[in-house]
Design a protein around this ligand. Sequence first.
Ligand SMILES: *Cc1c(COP(=O)(O)O)cnc(C)c1O
Length: 228
Amino acid sequence: MQTIAERLKSAYVRIEQATDSANRPRNSVRLLAVSKTKPVSDINQAYEAGHRLFGENYVQEGIEKINQLQHLTDIEWHMIGPIQSNKTKLVAENFHWVQSIDRAKIARRLNDQRPTTLPSLNCCIQVNINDEDSKSGVQPKDLPELIEIVNSLPHLTLRGLMAIPKAEMKTEEQEQTLGALAELFSEYRTKLSNFDTLSVGMSDDVEAAIKHGSTMVRIGTAIFGARN
Ligand SMILES: *Cc1c(COP(=O)(O)O)cnc(C)c1O
């Protein structure tokens, strides 16, 4: 059995190899360790190994871990799961990033509820890039309007886009999907300051995502092991 530290190392090597193949700088892609359903002791092991970026999907579970690890003040916590209106206050008060904004109402509530004592909340808009009913995220056609709204909110900083492409696509469809996402990203990257994050790529598609400009990959299972 490999340790969490060893699996993290492998994930970093995989990112280095993918950035090398894509002729991109090695430090142009960040690794978000997705710790959902995993105990605080696992996060501690990754922290001890030098890792600082963690992603959680469920608000209540995430907050409990954030509270238990309050003493580790340099962890950057990312909310990456769907957010209901009645949970926005907890998210606004506890996370550093929210990657799963998919509608104006949630964005406005996060903005209004972000404590003024904290820096603005870093946000990505989640795009439903394959138009799947089962996935949250804004349709590409509705993206311009939502970008404008989020960008106008003073306590949010719009950092970029997040997507969860369809699982198990054939290479051609995967290329098309990631290409379309990259195009959306680069359009706004040139227009907006602070817009520097394309969060795409999970265990199965890290290499393809990095080839298509991903700046943040999100990996859970390959670091912490399978979830129940
Ligand atoms: C669970 C999850 C991941 C990580 O998935 P793994 O298959 O465990 O690597 C990444 N992004 C999101 C949004 C997730 O919900």
